[in-house]
Design a protein around this ligand. Structure first.
Ligand code: M6R
Length: 364
């Protein structure tokens, strides 16, 4: 039931603080301030490599996780979309963890990749939203998201719940590998516990973002830029927009602009820049200024500090709360979801059932 909401997608966007909290509750021990994963009969400390496989939005969650696993756990990570992974004869050495991410747990290519990795002797971990799904049944380590049923074809709450589980897993792997002290683990748990409140703060910008829809709706092309863990968010923002508004959108790593895409920039191309303040901020802003110098119309999504520093002259700015870098991808997911949603509503498309798409892709 949609309740007071106009679309399932809108309802699901607004459910995120609650379902992310639910998901975190099952992967954290708040009192002890530790990460808690299900009991398993193998030692996660012995893992020497992670291979992540998924499709669409779930793949972008995996891309964010790659940054986390490498940064916190110092584990090498390989990641691919399932349709490519299956057919490229990947090298899978003993001691590897293969991690599959899926809302439905039934996506054909992801399931086939899982079976391939199982046959190759990898330990199988699955982040999945449907507990009765094929992937859930075939996992050695099942890490459920508790997003509840997701009806809108465009994935929203499943994505942020996947990120919540993956952040907990990254911290757990880091502890197991002796890369985090007790204090650092407690600090990460503390930050994760803050996430639902930060998601609420991001959702408070709904009306303001609705008011920006008319700036984007007439565009033929839209670009999204980000760096580090915000690069996958740029890809996710572009995917959300194209799925439901049918506007051509691309996400790029900010630093790639001058290697080609900047040729697309003119006054008619809105550029959405995701740039929380922090070590990567200056670099992203300098890419943003290059876009502006060529007439590009920038929407800057940052925190108060970032907007004070670089917001002047932008077409619009959206102010996110200042958050720990670990939870920034969860929080920055909200404005890109809302922007896509309101642009689609402005264009009058079928938000929950976009053309040519199915909720669960069970054929190759
Ligand atoms: O059920 P899954 O997470 O395996 O589905 C993967 C993709 O089909 C899915 O994320 C798709 O990209 C969504 N429509 C994105 O909004």
């Amino acid at each position: 039931e949609k309740g007071n909401y106009r679309h399932f997608m809108q309802k699901e966007i607004f459910e995120q603080p609650v379902v992310v909290a639910q998901t975190l509750r099952s992967h954290l021990r708040r009192v002890e301030q530790t990460v808690a994963l299900p009991q398993i009969d193998f030692d996660l400390a012995s893992i020497n490599r992670v291979t992540i496989v998924a499709c669409g939005t779930s793949f972008y969650a995996g891309m964010v996780a790659k940054y986390w696993f490498e940064q916190f756990a110092r584990l090498p990570v390989d990641i691919d979309v399932a349709s490519e992974f299956r057919y490229r004869d990947p090298v899978l050495e003993p001691g590897g963890l293969a991690l599959f991410i899926s809302q439905s747990g039934e996506t054909a290519d992801t399931l086939a990749a899982l079976r391939h990795c199982k046959a190759a002797g990898q330990t199988i971990a699955v982040v999945v939203n449907v507990p009765t799904s094929s992937m859930a049944r075939e996992a050695d380590l099942l890490l459920p998201t508790h997003a509840g049923p997701e009806i809108g074809v465009a994935s929203t709450k499943a994505f942020t719940c996947q990120l919540a589980v993956l952040a907990a897993l990254a911290a757990h792997l880091a502890v197991k590998r002796g890369r985090l002290t007790r204090e650092e683990e407690a600090e990460i748990v503390e930050q994760l516990v803050e996430t639902p409140a930060c998601l609420n703060a991001a959702l408070a910008h709904d009306e303001e973002i609705a008011g920006m829809a008319h700036l984007i709706a007439p565009a033929r092309d839209v670009l999204y830029l980000g760096r580090g863990p915000d690069y996958p968010l740029a890809l996710e923002g572009a995917l959300k927009l194209k799925e439901i508004s049918y506007i051509h959108a691309e996400g790029y790593a900010s630093g790639e602009m001058k290697h080609g895409p900047i040729a697309l920039i003119d006054e008619a191309v809105p550029v959405i820049v995701l740039a929380p303040s922090g070590p990567l901020f200056e670099k992203t802003v300098s890419n943003m200024q290059e876009v502006r110098a060529r007439g590009g119309k920038v929407v800057l999504i940052s925190d108060a500090e970032g907007i004070a520093e670089a917001g002047e002259g932008c077409l619009a700015t959206i102010e996110m709360p200042k958050v720990h870098p670990l939870i920034a991808p969860l929080v920055y997911a909200v404005p890109v979801q809302l922007l896509a949603y309101h642009v689609a509503v402005a264009k009058g498309t079928d938000v929950d059932q976009p053309r040519n798409l199915a909720k669960s892709v069970t054929v190759e």
